[in-house]
Design a protein around this ligand. Structure first.
Ligand SMILES: [Zn+2]
Length: 196
């Protein structure tokens, strides 16, 4: 009786969907909030299995993080929303490992050393092969998305890259890893990736 109907997500207040994703202290949040937070909380290998680091996040910190992301999103949309059909904010950058990708074949090993942007899609959608523009602090450049891997929480980045069975598109309010046709120092945290 009303067990599910009265529940709302402690982060966004949403009552639709399933409030089932578990943070630290068994606090449950909705799937949209999980998707928003997912990118920075990867899975880590633990023996033969994986551990989900998002399960360790404290609700208070989770609220703070989503609020910060939404504030940046509002700012970015005010700045770029009328000009571009897709806007993504870069949360983190790292490089594709140069070893251990052999199982993925030559196409994947050739990506070793390329920069990866972990992005939060603030508007529209992005897909593999898209031509995009990077807007940094004092530069603009154009490039192509060589690979796009949505952050689903199913596997860590390297496993998704090697297996290659992931979707190649991401939509609004979700996170994705983008391997870009750039040099390592050509993309940075807080840069924006835009399209259209
Ligand atoms: Zn929520």
């Amino acid at each position: 009786m009303g067990l599910f109907s009265k529940k709302s997500c402690p982060i966004c207040g949403g009552k639709t969907g399933f409030i089932t994703y578990r943070l630290a202290g068994n606090e449950k949040i909705c799937q949209s909030c999980e998707k928003m937070l997912r990118g920075r909380f990867n899975l880590v290998r633990q023996g033969a299995a994986f551990r989900d680091t998002l399960n360790d996040l404290d609700l208070c910190r989770a609220k703070q993080m989503t609020e910060e992301m939404k504030a940046v999103q509002r700012e970015d949309l005010a700045r770029f929303g009328n000009t571009y059909t897709g806007v993504m904010s870069v949360l983190e950058t790292f490089s594709v490992p140069t070893v251990g990708l052999d199982e993925g074949g030559p196409e994947i090993t050739a990506l070793g050393g390329r920069p990866v942007a972990l992005g939060f899609c603030e508007k529209g959608s992005f897909k593999q092969g898209d031509f995009v523009r990077i807007i940094g602090k004092d530069c603009k450049k154009e490039t192509v998305i060589l690979k796009l891997i949505p952050c689903t929480g199913a596997y860590p980045f390297e496993e998704e890259l090697i297996a290659g069975v992931h979707k190649t598109e991401c939509t609004e309010n979700t996170n994705a890893w983008l391997i870009l046709d750039l040099e390592k120092d050509e993309i940075d945290k807080q840069d924006k990736i835009v399209i259209g």
